[in-house]
Each structure stands twice: as structure tokens, then as C-alpha cells.
Design a protein around this ligand. Structure first.
Ligand code: T46
Length: 143
């Protein structure tokens, strides 16, 4: 399994039941999912060459899970950057708040599922990178 070194992100290994009749993956709050799920959404039919995301969240925590296909997730804590390929439905990636993230290189047929800790609220988004970096630096100085 790939590793993640960023503090506000980690890979989550879901439970798996692999049988001759097929695979079943499951996740439970507390054990795999460190928040109560308030919302889910799916990203599908992303055309070749498209990059999605490009923002951070003030408070929302999320788990990204590639149900089928393959997608690359780019993470930026403000200090460190890391990219990871998601293709195994048994492995999700937890994204904490204040983590800039982008998704690229969606293979044809990719379905990206997202579990979120909060309802959709555009005010929770930081969509400007300079703004994100300024907020990150302010937080670091405040420590
Ligand atoms: C994220 C990454 C991984 C809603 O109305 N409700 C929702 O729950 C969501 C997620 C989006 N929307 C609307 C807001 C925009 O008008 O759907 C439109 C597309 O959203 P956005 O451009 O933010 O999509 P992505 O793929 O860039 O980002 C999404 C999530 O928005 C974001 O929270 O972390 O996936």
C-alpha cells in the first residue's frame, strides 16, 4: 500500500470480504471513518485531461474512495505536497480540514465516492490558493 506522510491526511484500509463470488468492502464510523457522515457525493464521467478540486475546506472532513477506475489525488498542506493514486475500492483517503486538494488523471469509467462530515456549504470552501497559503501561514505564526 502507498503511504502518506502529510499530518492532515491518511490512508484508510476498509474491511474486505473477498470471496469467489466477488468482493465486499465495508467501513464503519469510529473504526474506519473518524466522523459522522452528513453527506455523500459521487464524481463520475470526468473527461480526459480534466482537473477537479483546487480548494481546501475550513472545517469539513472527507474520505475519498475510488469505487472503480483510477484517479490521482494531489495534496498540499501549505508546507508539504504529496500525490497519491487511488484505484482500490478497499482503500480510502482521509482529508482533514485546511488541506488543499486536487484530482487529476481520471481514467475512463472512474467513480470517485466522497463521504463528508458536513452538509454542503460554499462558505466552507477556500478556492483561492493565495488565500489558503496566507491562512496557513497565519495559523503557523499563531502557534
Ligand atoms: C471536494 C472534492 C473532492 C453541491 O451543490 N453539493 C455538494 O455536495 C457538492 C460536493 C457540490 N455541489 C455543487 C457546487 C458546485 O456548483 O456542485 C458543483 C461542483 O462542485 P465543485 O466544483 O466544488 O466540484 P469539485 O469536483 O471541484 O470538488 C468536489 C467537492 O465540491 C469538494 O468539496 O473536496 O470534490
Amino acid at each position: 500500500m502507498q503511504k502518506l506522510n502529510l499530518k492532515t491526511s491518511r490512508l484508510i484500509e476498509f474491511s474486505a470480504v473477498r470471496q469467489e463470488r466477488g468482493n465486499l468492502f465495508f467501513g464503519e464510523t469510529e473504526k474506519h471513518i473518524p466522523f459522522d457522515i452528513k453527506r455523500f457525493y459521487l464524481i463520475t464521467h470526468t473527461p480526459k485531461g480534466i482537473r477537479r478540486g483546487g480548494h481546501a475546506h475550513h472545517k469539513t472532513e472527507q474520505i475519498l474512495l475510488c469505487v472503480s477506475g483510477e484517479v490521482t489525488i494531489h495534496l498540499d498542506s501549505g508546507k508539504d505536497k504529496e500525490s497519491i493514486v487511488l484505484s482500490d475500492p478497499g482503500t480510502g483517503i482521509y482529508l482533514g480540514p485546511m488541506l488543499w486538494h486536487e484530482m487529476s488523471d481520471f481514467k475512463s469509467g472512474t467513480v470517485l465516492a466522497v463521504l463528508a462530515s458536513m452538509h454542503y456549504d460554499e462558505k466552507d470552501y477556500i478556492r483561492n490558493y493565495e488565500d489558503f497559503i496566507q491562512r496557513f501561514q497565519k495559523k503557523v505564526r499563531g502557534k
